[in-house]
Design a protein around this ligand. Structure first.
Ligand SMILES: *Cc1c(COP(=O)(O)O)cnc(C)c1O
Length: 377
């Protein structure tokens, strides 16, 4: 990557703009030497609960741990089935498989990339215990039908909100909720490039349910409420105090980060709406879009060629995700798939995410636009 290449993120540039806040809060952690579970972690958990609108935020080691903790808390064990979308990052299925559960893969909607409620309905059996909607690429799944199916079939809903922190879902009665605060449990990741990223690994679990929150806290602390008294088998998954301090400095900027990405998305829409050979991401009436990714669908067979041409023009792009989960060696053999699956595999062949990040300038955005137009001529 040359100096003039437009990247998928500019984390150092983002840091420089809030350097004073980040440096002050992280220095305070170092000064107190409260590196594990210090006041910085408690403070951030409180701030995030207010932001998401939930009673409990349990910070943990990363987004994958958040999913594992959530599924452990609802008791997923061998024999149980958990429905996940076939088009997602592998962590969603991995958490289920690690606990010995059976992964049931549902298809996704071709326009939104999200879990298709009809496919979920086809997959439910008496062994199904939970469904994990993934708010992929920055907007919220259509949660109302998913919550309805879950309530009728007595399933837990665990939201994988690693990519859409800050997105808002509006129900048909006009009320709205933050992504991650809708299901029984919500999970998120603070991986550096996520909507709210720290300077390493981090994650959190959200819930309004006091009993589930107690269980999740216990599981993340070796099963101990009181030190050296281990009530259940747990493990160790903590958010470092330093990372919590970084996140406290960044959280007040999250809405502004989202606005910036939205304005880039708007510019892409205006300039690329009529370009032949690509389809732009859609917005749904029920969710705001945080544009965690700006993901194009490229006409049949032309995706890899577009990626190569962009690279030659100094524009980064990425394929999220090149394989549907049922074609991954780790999951293909053991999962149960919706027999009418048709979209997840097709999406893997045509998706291409282009740069959309908080430090992308208007000039760079225009260069991405021109490069795409030129490449597709
Ligand atoms: C990033 C991500 C995760 C995992 O988060 P980590 O913090 O990297 O463990 C899980 N699910 C989705 C959809 C993600 O994008």
């Amino acid at each position: 990557m040359s100096d003039t290449t437009i990247g998928m993120a500019d984390l150092y540039g983002q840091y420089l703009k809030i350097k004073e806040e980040v440096d002050a809060l992280t220095a305070e952690v170092v000064r107190r030497a409260a590196f594990i579970d210090g006041p910085a972690v408690e403070r951030f958990a409180g701030e995030l609960s207010d932001f998401v609108g939930v009673r409990h935020t349990i910070p943990c080691g990363n987004g994958t741990d958040a999913l594992i903790l959530a599924l452990m808390a609802v008791g997923i064990s061998p024999g149980d089935e958990v429905i996940v979308p076939a088009f997602s990052y592998a962590a969603t299925a991995e958490a289920v498989a690690l606990l010995g559960g059976t992964v049931a893969m549902a298809d996704v909607d071709a326009r939104t990339f999200h879990l298709d409620p009809a496919s979920v309905e086809r997959l439910v059996t008496p062994r199904t215990k939970a469904v994990v909607p993934v708010h992929l690429f920055g907007s919220v799944c259509d949660m109302e039908p998913i919550m309805r199916i879950a309530s009728e079939r007595h399933l837990y809903v665990v939201e994988d909100n690693a990519q859409s922190l800050g997105a808002v879902y509006t129900f048909s009665d006009g009320t709205s909720k933050q992504a991650g605060g809708i299901g029984h449990i919500g999970c998120t990741s603070f991986f550096p490039t996520k909507n709210l990223g720290c300077f390493g690994d981090g994650g959190a679990v959200f819930t309004d349910d006091d009993a589930l929150a107690r269980k999740i806290r216990l599981l993340a602390r070796h099963g101990q409420r009181v030190r050296y008294r281990h009530e259940i088998v747990g493990f160790n998954s903590r958010l470092d105090s330093i990372q919590a301090a970084v996140l406290s400095a960044k959280l007040p900027h999250l809405d502004e980060y989202i606005r910036t990405r939205r304005s880039i998305a708007l510019r892409y829409r205006d300039a690329l709406g009529d370009v032949e050979g690509i389809e732009l991401p859609v917005e749904t009436p029920f969710s705001t879009h945080t544009y965690h990714q700006y993901t194009l669908k490229v006409a049949h067979g032309r995706r890899d060629e577009l990626k190569r041409k962009l690279e030659a023009a100094g524009v980064s792009s990425a394929i999220y995700y090149p394989l549907p989960l049922y074609r991954q060696p780790a999951y293909g053999g053991s999962c149960r798939c919706d027999a009418s699956m048709r979209t997840a595999g097709r999406l893997s062949e045509c998706v291409l995410s282009i740069p959309v990040h908080t430090e992308l300038t208007t000039a760079q955005t225009d260069r991405v636009i021109e490069s795409i137009k030129h490449s597709l001529k």
